[in-house]
Design a protein around this ligand. Sequence first.
Ligand SMILES: Cc1cc2nc3c(=O)[nH]c(=O)nc-3n(C[C@H](O)[C@H](O)[C@H](O)COP(=O)(O)O)c2cc1C
Length: 195
Amino acid sequence: MSAVPDLVVLSGSLASDSKCDRVAEWCAAQCAGKGARVRVFRGVELQFPFFRSAVDVPSCVREYLDVMERADGVVLVSPAYHGAVSGLLKNALDYVNELDDPDHPLLDGRPIGCVALAQGEQGATTTLATLRTIGHALRGWPTPLGVTLSGDHALFDETGSPAREPVRARLHVMLSQVISLSETHARRRAARLRA
Ligand SMILES: Cc1cc2nc3c(=O)[nH]c(=O)nc-3n(C[C@H](O)[C@H](O)[C@H](O)COP(=O)(O)O)c2cc1C
């Protein structure tokens, strides 16, 4: 039985004309083209107050948490900020702590595709590793392939796609891993709802 997966793509940058936002939108378009339902949160939509445990979740965070709770798969796109994930994205992910269903806490069982953008290769690599570590800690399944984009060359072509073919190819592989695992999650979720 097929199930349409719900995917969420988060971008961790507030920069104007953010490269992370552009990659996030491109990933979302690819996933939608493969039949997934996709919600993108650009950096500007993740401007939440700092997470505090044991206080009421601010109303501006509620919709984001509802979407994350329903997600069958997640794609995280972060800039390298001093070798790690941006505070904006980390704060949004800290709120996932509120998803405390005892049977399916946090991002339990959800595939997590990770993309890191940086000026240099080292920053991209350490940021990708941090994204994957956070994904594990949230009980998710970072996909076997993560993707880094770095360097001074133009990252996008005139159509808005990542300019370099090897980068596009890696993104396609990572997204197909997210989609295939998220379809499995969507089927299990549908079966749980029927039971
Ligand atoms: C505060 C700050 C810290 C950064 N730290 C690093 C870094 O440690 N390593 C690196 O390679 N690039 C670093 N960069 C460059 C960004 O990661 C890079 O420009 C990225 O593409 C920005 O994505 P955006 O356009 O979506 O904001 C930093 C940029 C900023 C603004």
